[in-house]
Design a protein around this ligand. Sequence first.
Ligand code: ATP
Length: 193
Amino acid sequence: MKIIGLTGGIGSGKTTVAYLFEALGAPIYIADIEAKKLTNRSKFIRKKLIALLGEEAFQEEGINRAFVAAKIFKDPILLQKVNAIIHPRVQQHFNRWAKKQDAPYCIKEAAVLFENGGYQKCDYTILVTAPKHLRIQRIQQRDASSEEAIKDRMDNQWPDSKKIPLADFVIENITLSKTKNRVEHIHKILLEV
Ligand code: ATP
């Protein structure tokens, strides 16, 4: 089965696009959701994260996201170490999941795909883009984050100009109707390649 990596900057609409592919019958794997589930249930990840960040990294319900986010925010080395603990387990979990799917292709949606070389494990890649002002507006409507906090997160990600040349398909997600048409078009291509 072909593996299609789907990515995009914060607020670009990559999850929305993933669900549009799902509606056409493609199995989808949302890496962020799976990473959260794995982090909360894996004793190994818990042990490693506590060793790295301290006991406060976990509460009874699971990972203490606010504490961990504050610790790794603006500390790229620590962020890299956290990723080195979590990402290989997510990759392993994804590989097992992908083997069980019965479809011509599946979609792996991940916030980071080009930055960490993950795209090399995909047969094709799709990048979702949108103008920055729209992305900020969407996130603010969804999370009530400040514009400054959103811009900080954007600055931590690669700009679209660096990702576009690496992507096989680009979906400019401005209006949902045009995005849906583009998804249908790419879906047809993916069934044929
Ligand atoms: P994040 O990086 O934060 O996970 P994302 O790239 O996955 O974001 P989504 O969660 O899909 O983006 O979209 C962000 C918000 O914008 C959501 O509330 C979604 O409903 C809305 N949205 C996405 N695409 C469009 C669109 N074309 N028109 C209007 N709203 C949209």
